[in-house]
Design a protein around this ligand. Structure first.
Ligand SMILES: [Zn+2]
Length: 298
């Protein structure tokens, strides 16, 4: 029996937000749709961050295919995915974008059902000692499958080993958790890094990027536009965090109430994680200092 994957700090936060929002999942049978030419998507129910309640598993290739992020830990969803794959052909590999549970909750079950190996970035494999990662993908590597070519693009920041996968023919990019079509992307300082995340968003803009196919929510047709919007939103938030700082130290809770005054207070436990990621960046930028009693301007 494969060992269960231990929930990370981020998943504990997701669980808390689900509890606070009373979010429940809609039970509908998974449906296969064409997300982009040659790329199929099946949204599977997962324990993820509300308002999202699903993680899209993308199938790339005709006849022979790869599956990206089979995230559901629920047996009914896993069985539906296996059925969809069997109808379409042979699964040659399971690709992961990163190590969070809502992206890999069904990986080992799918591997067991199909015999397909699991591939991921080395830093993702390092986060998952109990999961057999058969191949460690590197930035720029091209995976050819069923008439399509997918290029792995290392985009750390949300998670250290995060990979996007770009379809070389159309530039449509499987975006994992770099952006969301529904809800938001959490940069949690326990495993994420804000400055690195922003640099990865910039890198994606500089690369040929077409539509973004996120793990959560619908396809984003204007990929570069969405990436610029994310960068603008994070800089707006960084300004608010900086404006909330003064010469006297303030606690994270005090700063959160000011910098996230536009966010419902029940979400502040989550916002506080994001605030901390911004504070880490401001400290690294030489703008703020973290002393024993809180954060203040340098
Ligand atoms: Zn994630």
């Amino acid at each position: 029996m494969p060992e269960p994957v231990t929930p990370s700090g981020v998943e504990a936060i997701y669980a808390e937000v689900r509890r606070l929002t009373g979010a429940d999942v809609a039970v509908a049978p998974p449906e296969l749709t064409e997300a982009s030419p040659g790329i199929m998507s099946v949204a599977l129910r997962t324990p993820t961050l509300p308002p999202a309640a699903h993680t899209a598993c993308y199938l790339v290739g005709a006849g022979e295919m790869v599956a990206v992020d089979p995230g559901s830990p629920f047996p009914d969803q896993q069985a539906a995915l296996v059925e969809v794959i069997r109808e379409r052909g042979e699964l040659v590999a399971i690709l992961l974008t990163h190590h969070h549970g809502d992206h890999l909750g069904g990986a080992q079950a799918l591997a067991a059902a199909t015999g397909a190996p699991i591939w991921a970035h080395a830093a993702t494999a390092d986060e998952l000692p109990a999961m057999p990662i058969a191949r460690r993908l590197v930035d720029g590597e091209v995976i050819e499958v069923g008439g399509r070519a997918l290029r792995a693009v290392h985009t750390p920041g949300h998670a250290v080993g995060h990979l996007c996968y770009r379809d070389e023919a159309t530039a449509a990019t499987l975006a994992g958790d770099m952006v969301a079509g529904l809800g938001t992307i959490l940069i949690d300082p326990s495993g994420g890094h804000m400055a690195t995340y922003l640099a990865s968003l910039e890198r994606m803009i500089a690369l040929p990027t077409g539509a973004l196919l996120p793990a959560h929510g619908p396809v984003i047709a204007d990929g570069p536009g969405k990436l610029r919007e994310y960068i603008a939103h994070r800089s707006m938030r960084e300004r608010r965090v900086r404006d909330a700082l003064g010469s006297a130290p303030r606690s994270a809770a005090e700063l959160c109430a000011v910098a996230y005054a536009d966010t419902p207070s029940f979400l502040w436990p989550l916002a506080e994680r994001s605030l901390l990621a911004h504070l880490v960046k401001l400290v690294e930028d030489g703008v703020a200092v973290d002393d024993a009693s809180g954060w203040r301007l340098l």
